[in-house]
Write a protein that binds this ligand. Structure first.
Ligand code: KG4
Ligand code: ZN
Length: 388
């Protein structure tokens, strides 16, 4: 089975094509995983503007699909005449995305229907205008090519991308349950209990800002640019001389009995600390690297403490890390070490950094697990606040 996946929930336009496992011993075959990043555009504004991101998705979707199909050798020229009735429906589906309609029409006229069995598309959570572009694009392809769609939860995608290389066994991946998953991204920080694939319970989450959002806001306060996570982690690694003068930030909710988080107080503490410094200090490399190291470590300390607590309390046999912040090398390293040291017989899964941040491969894999839940293209809707 070949799955084409589309991801547009935030500022990355992703298209992926996978071949699902042939037998119980093999994993997924990644045929294409293309991401068109909008970072350069949003960088100037220090964050993602939904209307601008929507426009960029409209521009990027067709070229990204073209690139993906080309990579797989599925881009075959054929001159198609689109009937008035089909054209009318396409236009209706992409009524709010006129430039995408124009691009897609030209594409559909030029190329053959590819050998794809299922389309998977992100339904939510995410930025509503962005989700709709991807969904309408999926609907148009589903209608025109007559291929079924399966809607996918983005957060579940961040978890199940970890199953990419695990061989299947009797229809299920060889993973030991129960598992605890920490999903840390720009919009979410959740601890999720997995009893099996498809059976999830959110046992804790942030009460305000997400961990990635805290990295992004902290970088803005320090005048470092966007997105904050990768910038802060790079600078943090240059902090070669931590000393008693190094800034010390509070670890909000680290020792509470629940599995919840709170990062907005941390952002305020960073702001106050920063404001107290002289302009000269604020600009000094020593201060910036120390601050970045402390911000990163504070977030890591809180995330690890609660994840370990959850894993112990729920007797987890596997801990799964996912979401953009899981690209953070220190978080990956420290969580792995802590699990090894503190929990007996517990596996640790984390995606390659490139698959930590948003991509369509995670949507394709999740689509595979829900392949029986196809719905008619007319019925699919975006849900910006979709919960796992
Ligand atoms: O999952 P993702 O790509 O998009 C959302 O679904 O939100 O996550 C993006 C977030 C951003 O806040 C970004 O700053 C953060 O992930 N991030 C990182 C790193 N790379 C990306 N945070 C810490 N360290 C990193 N290396
Ligand atoms: Zn994400």
């Amino acid at each position: 089975m070949k799955i084409l996946a589309i991801e547009t929930s935030c500022d990355d336009t992703g298209i992926s094509i996978i071949k699902t496992p042939q037998n119980k011993k093999s994993g997924f075959d990644v045929l294409a995983n293309i991401i068109s990043s909008q970072i350069e555009i949003h960088k100037k504004y220090g964050g993602v503007f939904p209307a601008m991101a929507k426009r960029e998705h409209q521009n990027n979707l067709v070229p990204t699909l073209e690139k993906a199909l080309k990579t797989v050798g599925m881009l075959k020229i054929s001159k198609n005449q689109i009937s008035d009735s089909k054209n009318g429906t396409l236009k209706e589906i992409l009524d709010r995305e006129s430039s995408l309609y124009e691009n897609l029409k030209k594409f559909l006229e030029k190329y053959e229907k590819p050998d794809i069995d299922l389309i998977a598309v992100t339904k939510g959570p995410g930025l509503e205008p962005c989700l709709w572009v991807g969904i309408n694009f999926a609907k148009a392809l589903s209608f025109f090519w007559n291929i079924s769609i399966v809607p996918v939860n983005h957060i579940e995608g961040h978890i199940l991308v970890n199953f990419l290389d695990l061989p299947l066994q009797a229809g299920n991946h060889k993973i030991n349950f129960p598992a605890i998953s920490l999903v840390v991204s720009g919009g979410h920080t959740q601890l999720i209990l997995l009893k099996k694939i498809g059976n999830y319970e959110i046992i804790g989450e942030t009460r305000d800002d997400a961990a990635g959002e805290c990295f992004d806001k902290a970088a803005k306060i320090l005048g470092l640019g966007y997105p904050g996570g990768p910038i802060i982690s790079k600078l943090a690694s240059q902090d070669i001389k931590p000393n008693t003068q190094s800034p010390k930030l509070p670890r909000p909710m680290m020792n509470t009995k629940d599995y919840d988080f709170s990062f907005s107080g941390l952002k305020t503490a960073i702001l106050y600390h920063h404001k107290k410094q002289s302009i000269k200090t604020q600009k000094s490399k020593e201060y910036i690297t120390q601050m970045c190291a402390e911000i990163q470590q504070t977030i890591i300390d809180v995330l690890i403490k609660k994840t370990i607590k959850a894993a112990k309390d729920y007797k987890a046999k596997t801990v799964i890390l996912g979401g953009g912040v899981s690209a953070n090398q220190e978080l990956r390293k420290q969580l792995k070490e802590k699990i090894k040291k503190e929990i007996l017989n517990c596996d640790f899964l984390v995606p390659e950094p490139i698959l930590s941040t948003d991509n369509a491969l995670m949507i394709a894999i999740t689509g595979y697990f829900h392949r029986t839940k196809k719905i008619a293209w007319q019925k699919i809707k975006a849900d910006a606040n979709l919960r796992i």
